[in-house]
Design a protein around this ligand. Sequence first.
Ligand code: CO
Ligand code: CO
Ligand code: CO
Length: 304
Amino acid sequence: MASLDDAGVYKLTEDMAIIQTIDFFTPIVDEPYAFGQIAAANALSDVYAMGGKPLTAMNVVCFPAKSLDISVLEDILRGGLDKMREAGVTLVGGHSIDDTELKYGLSVTGTVHPKRLVTNSGAKVGDKLVLTKPLGTGIISTALKAGMVNEETAAKVTKSMATLNNQASELMQEVGVHACTDITGFGLLGHACQIAENSQVGIKIHFASVPFFPKAEEFAKMGLCPTGLHRNREFYSEMVEIDPQVPEYVQDVLFDAQTSGGLLISLAPRAAQRLRDRLHEVGVPDATIIGEVTSRPTPRVLVE
Ligand code: CO
Ligand code: CO
Ligand code: CO
């Protein structure tokens, strides 16, 4: 049914489609339990981005049994399981192999009514765009590895990455949504380009409204620039036009590759305001309207 989207979709019957996705990666935080939570939240996110409800999951594990204590793996799996429980997801199995580098994630299956499927190709001219989590996790994770991040910031960013996108997903369905994707490796601008291209529209982003971690700004100003960010800038620059007034460090944050980022949701203006207000009520305080959908297709994404 859907192509080039967050997950694979297969229509089973007139009222049910299954959504399938898999995601796993190497640790981005030091603490195994937190890594497990983040990897699980990240894998579940693609089902939420498509407006679905995740039902079952399988663990995907690559573990260096010779160099790491098995208790590390136990903590990772406990973190993952706690997130699955929070999501109401049943763990039905998994597979592990010995590998030199630790990796963990999930293969997830969810369901959605075929008519309620949310893709990245339905954005309409005049829509507003809501982003539900702050940006900058790639920059901060890189700083974390270099030992430059204090405990408070590490805890804040970890909590954000471990937060499920379930509420945003349920509420966007409630208020009426046109298109959605989750912000991950391609950064805000990369994922915005994908929505714009697949929907055959343009997107305008107001940089001053985009929520990001203050520390990301600080590190970006210091010139800390992860490879993912570089890659995104190189790949998507042609489709993006950035007003010269936008500071260099803000451009960095907009291209920064995210782990388990928020949802980017395209919906009618009234629905966008309702969604933002409802998200604030249920405890998603960073949900912000950051831009709109335009009829101008070149550049795909304009930042001003
Ligand atoms: Co995705
Ligand atoms: Co994914
Ligand atoms: Co097996």
